[in-house]
Ligand binder design. Structure first.
Ligand code: DCP
Ligand code: CA
Ligand code: CA
Length: 366
């Protein structure tokens, strides 16, 4: 193991079937039942599926219609984000009893650096046990955890014994663990990249490790550099608490691909309103508007425009989004649209973006 840097003890905690488990906890008649949060049997997309529903192949991002087809007894429940945020705060409070180095990745998961911790407990595995037991007792939900020397391995390991389990990858086991790992399980390797790797006969960490950094960079660009290192157990990214928000975004995946720009504009208006609402809530405004388009073949395109003034109003956001949408013809039908706003007025002004500028980038999702 190459270790020119001190070994850290990182825990990744991730709640099990988060939205679905919350709904089952709050409505006991849903316990033990196949439920889907979000979508309906006629339209929309499933956000979360209970473990009972997963047995029938119901998954997040699946259309409601398909989900009902797979599982006729499926019960659809409306999401209640306020409630998920409340629970997210409760679990974060538990984490903070152990360390201040807590980096939330989303509402239901976070990295914790417990190398030095408030309990003086040298065992990260025991801390993870304790945290999971407290989440169960104090919140009423189960969580899973991964424990290892860096964020990447901890994240991958938290899925290993899911649900309600944990997995520790000790320093001496890191290299073997990574070699045996299917590249589809690598954090940062999406569906498209995984397919590309499979086509290059890269199926496992071991295959990945046999490739030179030049080879990986030539096929995967900057990410190649990342893959080359993480597979060798090198991932120095620190656990960063209270990351200062650099952007705000909202997006929607559609159950049917869209090809008409009129329909897209209608969807984008809702997304712009959501972004605007969140900007207002956070008392910020931004200058750079980015339109994200994921095509039906999973390629991802982003188009951005930087204004020379800050905006937060939904109509103003939409004006820019419209110009970005018509800027260039769409190459395919669209499965996801998103809007993000960055260059927020909470940041120090950046000289480079003071000018109005437009940029287009085409890349694969990873
Ligand atoms: N979510 C969503 N849309 C998606 C994926 C997830 O709205 N495409 C929401 C619902 C999930 C929550 O985020 O409950 C957490 O996502 P996870 O990927 O962690 O999935 P779950 O917690 O539902 O399941 P798991 O037990 O596999 O972690
Ligand atoms: Ca989860
Ligand atoms: Ca998660």
């Amino acid at each position: 193991m190459e270790s020119d840097f001190p070994l850290r003890k990182i825990i990744h905690v991730d709640m099990d079937a988060f939205f679905a488990s919350v709904e089952q906890m709050d409505a006991p008649e849903l316990k033990g039942k196949a439920i889907a949060v979000g979508g309906s049997e006629k339209r929309g997309v499933v956000s979360a599926a209970s473990y009972e529903a997963r047995k029938f192949g119901v998954k997040s991002a699946m259309s409601g219609i398909q989900a009902k087809r797979n599982c006729p007894e499926l019960i659809f429940v409306k999401p209640n984000f306020e409630r998920y945020r409340e629970i997210s705060k409760q679990i974060r409070k538990i984490f903070l009893d152990y360390t201040d180095l807590v980096e939330p990745l989303s509402l239901d998961e976070a990295y914790l650096d417990v190398t030095v911790n408030k309990k003086g407990n040298p065992s990260a595995s025991l801390i993870a046990e304790e945290i999971r037991a407290r989440i169960f007792k104090e919140v009423g939900l189960t969580a899973s955890a991964g424990i290892s020397i860096n964020k990447f391995i901890a994240k991958v390991a938290s899925d290993y014994n899911k649900p309600n389990g944990q997995k520790t990858v000790n320093p001496e086991d890191v290299l073997v663990f990574l070699e045996d790992l299917d590249v589809r399980k690598f954090y940062g390797v999406g569906k498209v990249t995984a397919e590309k790797m499979y086509q290059l006969a890269i199926y496992t960490g071991k295959d990945l490790k046999s490739k030179s950094i030049e080879y990986l960079e030539s096929h995967f660009g900057k990410s190649g550099h990342y893959y080359y290192h993480v597979v060798r157990g090198i991932h120095n990214s620190e656990v960063r608490p209270n990351r200062i928000r650099k952007s705000l975004a909202a997006e929607r995946t559609f159950s049917e691909n869209l090809s008409s720009e009129i329909f897209m504009l209608e969807k984008l208006e809702h997304i712009a309103e959501e972004v605007s609402k969140r900007l207002t809530k956070n008392k910020v405004a931004g200058k750079t508007i980015t339109l994200k388009i994921k095509y039906s073949d999973f390629t991802l395109q982003t188009r951005s425009k930087t204004l020379n003034y800050f905006i937060s109003d939904a109509h103003l956001i939409m004006d820019t989004v419209k110009s970005l949408l018509i800027q260039e013809e769409l190459t395919n039908s669209v499965r996801l649209l998103g809007i993000s706003i960055s260059n927020l007025n909470t940041e120090k002004p950046n000289k480079k973006v003071e000018q109005e500028s437009v940029s287009v980038q085409l890349k694969f999702q990873f």
